[in-house]
Design a protein around this ligand. Structure first.
Ligand SMILES: [Zn+2]
Ligand SMILES: [Zn+2]
Length: 147
């Protein structure tokens, strides 16, 4: 692929649900030339539009994903660029830093056990464009059907 200025057009949205309640969405743009995806998270209450120019760009072999953390206090999510072997900086709570590692199948595991740490899941966004993504995983069936 020759070097070019990305020409990104709106591609779709992934709606995030926590046990059927919408908790946010990720807008996805795609470059018309190289088909690279650009993502922007849209948390409920954050409405200002941002131009895709200046969006972070995926490195080689990276894929956009949502990292979900469930603690006893509830569920949080963040948009991340994931690839196997990569360490994702993460904090379960303000005080509790708990980086996670991406495995070869894009599942995640905490690097070390820390008292009170959350339970973590990673969902690849390109599997869910213009679909709903259920990130609440109280039931084991959600864990098993993660793609
Ligand atoms: Zn491009
Ligand atoms: Zn966490």
């Amino acid at each position: 692929m020759e070097k070019h200025s990305h020409d990104a057009v709106y591609y779709g949205v992934v709606n995030l649900l926590d046990n059927a309640n919408i908790v946010g969405a990720v807008d996805v743009w795609r470059c018309r030339i190289c088909r690279k995806l650009f993502c922007e998270d849209k948390r409920w209450g954050l409405t200002e539009l941002v131009s895709y120019v200046g969006f972070p760009e995926l490195a080689e072999d990276e894929r956009w994903a949502v990292l979900v953390c469930r603690t006893s206090a509830g569920l949080t999510w963040s948009l991340v660029a994931a690839k196997p072997g990569k360490t994702l900086p993460h904090s379960c709570t303000k005080e509790l830093v708990c980086d996670v590692n991406v495995d070869s199948d894009f599942s995640v595991h905490s690097i070390s056990f820390i008292e009170g740490q959350g339970n973590h899941r990673l969902y690849l966004l390109d599997d869910y464009i213009n679909r709903e993504l259920e990130i609440g995983y109280e039931g084991i069936e959600n864990v098993e059907t993660r793609r």
